[in-house]
Design a protein around this ligand. Structure first.
Ligand SMILES: [Zn+2]
Length: 293
């Protein structure tokens, strides 16, 4: 994704990796590969792996630079975590982070849309065998609902299907122990430019991040969507969703509002130019990447 100027704010992406995921049928509840193939005829070729039909997914963070703050939204898989270093290389993310002229100390706030493995990785780093906050000067903002849910999972040992145990212990708890966490309820206005807004379903406390400046508006979507197919089929949630029906409801509500007012969407897992706009077509939506407009 190219840097985006939104009024007084600059938004940049830090890509960790872009790669094929699964076929639509395997990735979405209730999806069929046949329906997906029909949609694909009218979609950008880089959204699908031509050999396997698997959806292509990006894993990335967004950096929002306002006149006052440098804000990091979601922190990918990180390093030394649960993922395989070969398939999840750490170097590209680090190099791209530094290429923006940033050091770890420059980050004022870290916002996690939710506390899954691929959105919290760089929250912490291993230092002398101990997990410590990567961004020493940052306040990390988590939804209290989300944090409490994963704390409970850790304490009971009952891990939801298809979720990874240990993420809260390594990526979240050390932040709270270091005194760098701010747990927030519901809608939270960080400053004049950036706010967290609850969009539950993918996880209990999932939030999107709304960015406003000089009349322009953008929303970082976290896992409200994983692929542009979900604009055309808004009811396709994933087996990773805590409440697939609630996830679809949150998705439809946000897409509907964004189609009406032209809000720029920043969907974490969309590959290529990533950012774009959505418009309404009957009961569905179509996504147009910024570079195609
Ligand atoms: Zn994700």
């Amino acid at each position: 994704m190219r840097d985006i100027k939104l009024g007084d704010v600059t938004i940049s992406a830090i890509l960790e990796i872009e790669r094929p995921g699964k076929t639509p049928e395997d990735f979405f509840i209730g999806a069929s590969n046949q329906t997906a193939a029909r949609h694909a005829q009218d979609m950008e070729p880089f959204l699908f792996d031509p050999d396997t039909g698997q959806i292509i997914m990006a894993f990335q963070s967004f950096v929002v630079r306002t006149p006052k703050h440098t804000i990091l939204i979601d922190t990918c898989n990180g390093e030394d975590k649960f993922t395989d270093a070969v398939t999840w290389p750490t170097r590209p993310w680090l190099d791209r982070f530094h290429a923006l002229g940033l050091t770890f100390e420059d980050i004022d706030f870290v916002l996690c849309t939710h506390l899954h493995i691929d959105h919290t990785g760089w929250n912490t780093r291993l230092e002398g065998g101990k997990w410590v906050p990567t961004f020493a000067n940052a306040t990390y903002i988590f939804s209290r609902t989300e944090y409490a849910y994963w704390e409970n999972v850790a304490n009971t040992g009952i891990v939801p299907p298809r979720q990874r145990d240990g993420v809260w212990q390594t990526n979240c708890l050390p932040i709270v122990e270091a005194g760098q966490a701010l747990l927030v309820d519901g809608h939270y206005q960080l400053d004049d430019y950036v706010a967290l807004e609850p969009t539950p379903g993918h996880s209990p406390g999932h939030c999107c991040v709304r960015i406003r400046s000089n009349g322009f508006e953008a929303v970082a979507l976290g896992d409200l969507m994983h692929h542009p197919l979900q604009c055309r089929e808004p009811d396709w949630s994933t087996p990773f969703c805590w409440d697939p029906l609630m996830a679809a409801k949150s998705r439809r509500a946000l897409l509907s509002a964004a189609a009406d007012d032209g809000t720029l969407l920043l969907p974490t897992h969309f590959p290529g130019p990533t950012a774009g706009h959505v418009r309404k077509t009957d009961d569905h939506f179509k996504f147009t990447f910024l570079d195609d407009e």
